[in-house]
Design a protein around this ligand. Structure first.
Ligand SMILES: *[C@@H]1O[C@H](CO)[C@@H](O)[C@H](O)[C@H]1NC(C)=O
Ligand SMILES: *[C@@H]1O[C@H](CO)[C@@H](O)[C@H](O)[C@H]1NC(C)=O
Ligand SMILES: *[C@@H]1O[C@H](CO)[C@@H](O)[C@H](O)[C@H]1NC(C)=O
Ligand SMILES: *[C@@H]1O[C@H](CO)[C@@H](O)[C@H](O)[C@H]1NC(C)=O
Length: 428
């Protein structure tokens, strides 16, 4: 259903979005509550953000920085804390084409900006930045988060595979500061600040990813509709508490990874993955049934949920077993799209609930073989197999990454106060 009323009032647009939402948030109680909130946005303690579907693997929303607010497109990232924004000073210190495609933050136009002399550099996904640390107010829907640390980036460049038009910054939803060697800013995430400043009605959020460019996803901070809340408590997957620091050494990007670009993000983001705070415990993952089905015992693994990767990443041996079973091309990791019509094994991921309970989450062949995203230069008849691999090191924590192709199947509830995540089926 498309919104039928056109309006430039963002608050009214919000209410239209809520009425046409795809995640059954339209329980009457919730609509009433949101409409009440719309009348007095400063007191609502709820933020509801529409999520756009970008390139089949990225989810973006609008946030604003400064007073008066300057608006930027932010990638939603569960495993990230450090905010960054391309600065108006950017073109003067670097080649202008790197910054020009972005809106540029002008600190002199804001009355809440506080600079720091500290130089920082930060690498987020395909963007490489350098700049100075600063502090500002940011606006997330109607909520004003004060004293948010961020990088005012005076160098801002994408890598070869990246496109400046995708996003300008990241909305980090980590529960604790990510101790990543990818960034030396190391400040609290916007979510941490929202919780610390008591801005949310409760410290929980609901994530519904858009599954195609025809859908609008939703991120609701501070509110879980009652019916979902009960179910979430019943099906809780307790958080696997980790220290907010990881000993991973980040491997530099290697040339050979350019040939199989699916693997590179994992190599460069390991520390982020396991230290953001929304990780779960696992039981097992298996591919099909029967004695020859590849199986991996996950009892000593950290299960990472990520919105910045589409795919699922497994240790090398298991990922290879899955890919061999599917007959994946070693060149680009693809198979003929038509194969998804055939009988392909289910991927069954078994996660730890409370008190010895385990819950199975199943992806069928038609769900994991997808027309999108495509790699550049890929044959249109071929589809990516979203099972990628990472190296395991005896000294390091073991983990798997469940990216958005998994998360988009569910209404995902993240409850900080009760210490769990719940993956609830979407009604359609
Ligand atoms: C920070 O970076 C700027 C621009 O590269 C440089 O001019 C300045 O000296 C640096 N400051 C410090 C404290 O390193
Ligand atoms: C980046 O995206 C824009 C908008 O989708 C497109 O016009 C442009 O060609 C893309 N650039 C590259 C280098 O792919
Ligand atoms: C998990 O770790 C424990 C303690 O280190 C060990 O005893 C157990 O054998 C491990 N389980 C698996 C499946 O590797
Ligand atoms: C969950 O999956 C495991 C592994 O495939 C299987 O052994 C088990 O029977 C499943 N449990 C349920 C309740 O379906």
């Amino acid at each position: 259903m498309e919104p039928s009323i056109q309006t430039s009032n963002p608050r009214i647009q919000l209410s239209i979005l809520l009425m046409t939402t795809i995640c059954t948030l339209t329980t009457q109680a919730f609509v009433n509550r949101m409409q009440e909130a719309i009348g007095k946005p400063m007191n609502s303690k709820i933020a509801s953000l529409p999520l756009a579907y970008v390139e089949g693997w990225l989810y973006t929303t609008q946030i604003a920085i400064g007073n008066p607010p300057q608006t930027f497109t932010a990638a939603v990232d569960l495993c990230w804390s450090d905010l960054f924004v391309p600065s108006i000073d950017c073109p003067s210190v670097d080649r202008p084409e790197y910054c020009a495609p972005h809106p540029l933050y002008d600190s002199s136009a804001s009355n809440t900006y506080v600079t720091s002399e500290r130089n920082v550099s930060l690498h987020h996904s395909g963007f490489y930045t350098r700049g100075n640390a600063a502090v500002e107010s940011i606006h997330v829907d109607g909520l004003e988060v004060r004293s948010q640390g961020f990088e005012e980036a005076t160098i801002f460049r994408p890598n070869y595979f990246f496109n400046d038009s995708w996003y300008d910054t990241a909305l980090g939803l980590s529960r604790q500061t990510v101790r990543s060697t990818e960034s030396d800013l190391q400040v609290a995430s916007p979510l941490q600040n929202m919780m610390a400043q008591n801005l949310l009605a409760r410290n929980a959020f609901l994530l519904c990813l858009p599954r195609s460019s025809h859908e609008v996803g939703q991120l609701v901070l501070g509110h879980i509709p009652e019916r979902l809340d009960e179910e979430a408590h019943r099906k809780a997957l307790p958080l696997n508490e980790r220290p907010g620091r990881s000993n991973f050494m980040i491997q530099p990007l290697r040339d050979e990874l350019a040939v199989t670009p699916l693997d590179r993000a994992v190599h460069s983001k390991q520390a982020d993955y396991v230290s953001g705070g929304w990780q779960l415990g696992g039981s097992s993952v298996s591919f099909g049934t029967g004695p020859s089905a590849p199986t991996l015992d996950l009892s000593n693994y950290t299960i990472v949920l990520s919105t910045m990767e589409f795919w699922l990443s497994f240790p090398k041996g298991f990922a290879r077993a899955l890919r061999n079973r599917l007959g994946v091309s070693p060149i680009d990791g693809s198979i003929e799209c038509d194969k998804r019509m055939l009988e392909l094994p289910d991927l069954i991921i078994s996660l730890k609930g409370r008190e010895e309970h385990t819950y199975n989450f199943t992806l069928t062949g038609a769900e994991y073989i997808r027309a999108e995203p495509k790699m550049p230069f890929m044959d249109p008849e071929r589809c990516l197999v979203p099972f990628v691999l990472h190296e395991e090191d005896e000294k390091d924590e073991k983990f798997i990454v469940l990216g958005s192709m998994f998360l988009e199947k569910y209404q995902v509830i993240f409850d900080h106060d009760s210490g769990f995540v719940a993956l609830l089926d979407r009604p359609f």
